[in-house]
Design a protein around this ligand. Structure first.
Ligand code: ATP
Ligand code: MG
Ligand code: MG
Length: 377
């Protein structure tokens, strides 16, 4: 079995590593360089993307911002899963919001802005405070504006107008009502072609400067888990989805609202590598290849810490018994996702102890996230 992954970052790398034991071979398409590469070494293969698409048994993606021509060719081959429709819903908030309405899942009230009159109407209809997001290309909280005070409207509108004007009709702004949530959680799950669905336990996410810092698997809230699974199922069924998908939620007094979806494996599911028998990476490839889905139950309390903008990690971390390091073979840049640490311990107190020990040896950039999560274990 030969799988071509559109995108050649750490998610493709971890899918590759996860399915070597199954003897599933992977190649990755590096969008930036327009080359086909090996997902681990990044060494180029003597293949154009058109040839790689023709050769592959199955084609999938590790991100949603895929050039339209590549996506169209992959989809036309009949081998692309989860399919162009799902990728587009993940890459354009207008399509995503329409999908959430179609699936009838709770989400923040919104208004689509193409011109100044829409901006004013969004404020009048939804009220303040508001969050504004570019419809396309947003990630890690980039391409967003907040408006609390009507007096600031005149300051932020010109910036949004510029983004719309520069895009030549591609871009719009989605205004969303600000949700005063207590916490953010996400659900990762898989659906296969037969419509079978398996979801992982919800995970609580702590962000620093808009980027995920720590994700803690929640194993103990059956009510919230059921709510999230129902919404997850409604979304993947509406898309006739095949593969792993992530849903980000706001937890507002115990009621979940969907923030956004990602039609792929997700950073908040990395702890499944040590915390579950079948990781999200293996389950994604199993699903798109038509293999049975693997077990998604949590084996023991688990969390993940992102290593952002660091060029190395003190290997003393690996002397701790419950610690696994995943390092991505990337060039360091400020804030860039360079690797992650998974901790998976027999019980919560041991997880907390290991986290405290890690705080002594991990880079200082991880401390805010570790401290924020420490008292939630
Ligand atoms: P990602 O890297 O997860 O794809 P993104 O750039 O697509 O992020 P969102 O997840 O939509 O952006 O928003 C980033 C963060 O902003 C959210 O995690 C949440 O903390 C906050 N946020 C977004 N929308 C709202 C909202 N309607 N109300 C309150 N906070 C919000
Ligand atoms: Mg997003
Ligand atoms: Mg998000």
């Amino acid at each position: 079995m030969q799988v071509l992954i559109l995108g050649s970052g750490q998610l493709a790398r971890m899918m590759c590593l996860a399915v070597e034991p199954l003897n599933i071979k992977t190649l990755a398409y590096d969008v930036g360089n327009n080359t086909v590469v090996h997902p681990l070494t990044q060494q180029p293969e003597p293949l154009s993307y058109q040839q790689a698409i023709a050769q592959a048994d199955v084609i999938t993606a590790e991100f949603e911002h895929i050039p339209a021509d590549v996506l169209a060719l992959a989809d036309a081959s009949g081998k692309f899963k989860p399919g162009a429709k799902a990728i587009q819903a993940g890459g354009d908030r207008r399509i995503e919001k329409a999908l959430l309405e179609q699936a009838d899942v709770a989400n923040a009230p919104y208004f689509i802005i193409n011109q100044q009159a829409d901006f004013e109407q969004a404020i009048a209809t939804l009220g303040l405070p508001l969050v504004f997001k570019t419809a396309k290309d947003g990630y890690d909280g980039k391409g967003q504006w907040r408006l609390k005070d009507a007096a600031d409207a005149a300051n932020i509108w010109p910036e949004m107008a510029q983004v719309i004007a520069d895009s030549q009709g591609e871009q719009a702004i989605v205004a969303e009502k600000f949700i005063p949530f207590q916490r953010e959680v996400s659900m990762i799950g898989a659906r296969n072609a037969a419509g079978e669905i398996k979801t992982y336990p919800l995970t609580e996410n702590h962000h620093e400067n808009g980027v995920l810092s720590v994700s803690l698997a929640l194993g103990d809230n059956a009510h919230l888990q059921q709510q999230a699974s129902n919404m997850f199922s409604a979304i993947v069924d509406a898309l006739d989805y095949v593969g792993v998908l992530a849903v980000e939620f706001f937890d507002l007094d115990g009621a979940l609202l969907v923030n956004e979806i990602a039609p792929r494996v997700h950073n908040s599911g990395h702890w499944t590598q040590q915390g579950c028998f079948t990781s999200q990476f293996e389950n994604h490839i199993r699903a798109v290849c038509g293999y049975p889905l693997g077990d998604t139950r949590l084996i023991q309390p688990s969390l993940m810490i992102n290593l952002l903008g660091e060029d190395h990690v003190d290997l003393a971390a690996l002397a701790l018994p419950e610690v696994a390091l995943h390092w991505y073979n990337k060039t360091n840049k400020p804030g860039r996702k360079m690797g992650h640490i998974n901790v998976s311990a027999p019980d919560r107190s041991e997880l907390a102890n290991t986290l405290q020990a890690l705080a002594q040896v991990l880079p200082k950039s991880t401390l805010a996230g570790i401290n924020a999560m420490a008292d939630k274990i």
